[in-house]
Design a binder for this molecule. Structure first.
Ligand code: ATP
Length: 507
């Protein structure tokens, strides 16, 4: 464990912080830290299954439940400096008697000169009862820095007496970012067992394993993508803006030294199926950084304070993986009704506040891409300039954009040919969104295959167009409502020729 982490733990104890909550799973790491700060201190450990156990050997000493344990040990602090180490007791932190006993010990520690007893609560789930909020200090064991990861790999290869090329070492160290010591060691062992060495190929294994750990944490999801900026038809304003930001991401160090502000992120609002998700993926590809998705619904926990803690962890994890694109899909659903009478619960209101503060203060290289359809119920604070670098409105594609989208999807399936009459198609597809156009292409190609045709003709495409119910016919009211809401806010059109396009009718 890093000296500075142990020092800051020691300073909390010296400053009489009575309850220290360590939200971590690796008991070896934590025991090591407590041992380092607890020289000469009496350490009494509680285990849910075994009662009082020996802190060093973990062997059972006295069978008891948590209440009995606390009663049994609460006066020890009068005789000798004592640490009470309570493991995995989060499920009991809603019991009035447990809360009362913890409070009593905490107060003694704070106010009585003849008493010295510090409580450590160690659990992967953070539960902070309101009554103890003022006594509890959350203590984070920071994830290893890139320098520390290098040292860990160095030690690993030295112990095994193998050599690793410098370039591979740098690459591997970078891909370990965001993982803790335990996870890194586990993956290194796996990689070594796999081939008896550590080489370039192991990067794939590391990424896969890393994905597993991040998945298991349940907070963020790494999204695999193959889409690039060339796969987006139209939306030229937004693409140009992204190209500019990509230049900053490609030269982050230089840009920051020059005085450029680190891009915070963008919000894309607009019609369903018009390329919002596609843009999130293309952004990560353009910036050449991973794409991670935050699902706010998944953060909601059953214990008091658990959801906020999950949000804190998810944001921290995104920072640890950074530079990355943090994609929040359908953000209006996650935070709808917050602060108003739209039905947002207290928890979502608190999560929203937490997210806003993080966004406001963030100086990291997490680039947020928030996407939304209907923002009529979104809290106004969210849309204020300064939160995001830019808000973009994605409307239904105009004629030229529809042509481009059809071309992209036909080319992707190797069925584009010069004889396809774009003008006729543009006219026939007014009111179609990108997803409708993709469906037309897929349908046409499938029919051509079944009919034994080698080429696609304009007539084939028009035939599918006529069989397709466009979004403008199925979601007419929703489209009008989105346009109405958008007209009231200061937002940039994602497309270049938006003015011309708005003349087109919603069919
Ligand atoms: P929703 O609001 O329903 O989530 P969305 O705006 O996120 O929709 P996407 O998932 O990006 O829509 O698009 C749906 C499909 O339509 C994608 O698979 C993509 O291939 C196609 N598509 C949409 N817009 C475009 C576009 N501008 N260029 C190329 N393809 C597009």
């Amino acid at each position: 464990m890093k000296r500075s982490t142990v020092n800051s733990l020691a300073s909390y104890i010296d400053a009489l912080h009575p309850i220290i909550y360590i939200n971590h799973f690796d008991s070896m790491v934590i025991d090591d830290a407590i041992t380092q700060v607890g020289e000469g201190v009496k350490c009494l450990e509680f285990n849910n299954a075994l009662g009082l156990v020996d802190f060093c050997t973990k062997s059972p000493m006295k069978e008891c439940d948590l209440e009995q344990f606390l009663k049994l040990t609460m006066d020890d602090g009068f005789e000798k400096s004592t640490f009470l180490i309570l493991r995995d007791i989060h499920g009991q932190l809603n019991e009035p008697k447990i809360i009362a006993l913890l409070k009593k010990i905490a107060e003694n520690n704070l106010y009585r000169d003849d008493y010295n007893e510090t409580i450590f609560i160690i659990s992967e789930i953070a539960v902070i009862p309101r009554e103890l909020e003022n006594y509890i200090t959350m203590f984070d064991i920071p994830l290893p820095t890139i320098h520390e990861i290098h040292t860990m790999i160095g030690q690993f290869v030295n112990d095994l007496e193998i050599t690793v090329e410098e370039e591979v070492m740098n690459d591997i160290a970078l891909s370990f970012k965001g993982l803790n010591e335990f996870q890194i060691k586990q993956i290194l062992n796996l990689a070594y067992q796999d081939g008896g060495c550590i080489d370039k190929e192991d990067k794939v294994l590391i990424l896969k394993e890393k994905e597993q750990f991040i998945k298991k944490s349940g907070m963020l999801e790494i999204v695999a993508f193959s889409e690039t900026i060339e796969d987006i038809g139209g939306l030229e304003n937004m693409k140009q803006w992204l190209e500019r930001k990509a230049k900053i991401f490609a030269n982050l160090d230089k840009a920051i030294k020059f005085g450029v502000d680190i891009p915070k992120g963008m919000m894309i609002i607009g019609m369903p199926g018009c390329g919002k998700s596609l843009t999130a993926k293309a952004t990560a590809s353009l910036f050449q950084i991973p794409l991670v998705r935050l699902d706010v619904g998944r953060l909601l926990g059953k214990y008091v304070g658990e959801s906020e803690e999950n949000m804190r962890k998810a944001l921290k994890l995104s920072e640890a993986i950074s530079p990355c694109v943090l994609w929040i899909d359908e953000i209006e659903k996650a935070f709808s009704g917050v602060g108003g009478d739209g039905g947002g619960s207290d928890v979502t209101t608190r999560l929203f506040g937490q997210f806003l503060t993080w966004m406001q203060e963030k100086e990291n290289t997490v680039f947020i891409v928030a996407t939304a359809n209907d923002i009529s119920k979104m809290p106004a604070e969210f849309l204020r300039k300064g939160r995001f670098d830019e808000l973009f409105f994605v409307d239904l594609p105009n004629g030229e954009e529809r042509r481009k989208i059809l071309e992209i999807h036909l080319k992707k399936r190797r069925k584009w040919n010069e004889s396809i009459d774009s003008i006729a198609l543009i006219q026939k597809t007014e009111g179609f969104n990108g997803a409708d156009l993709e469906a037309v292409v897929k349908d046409t190609i499938e029919t051509a295959f079944i009919d034994g045709k080698a080429e696609i003709t304009t007539a084939d495409l028009i035939c599918s167009v006529e069989d397709t119910k466009s979004i403008s016919s199925t979601l007419k009211d929703k489209i009008l409502q989105i346009r109405e809401t958008i007209s009231k806010i200061d937002i940039k059109p994602a497309s270049v020729s938006n003015k011309k396009k708005s003349g087109e009718k919603v069919k």
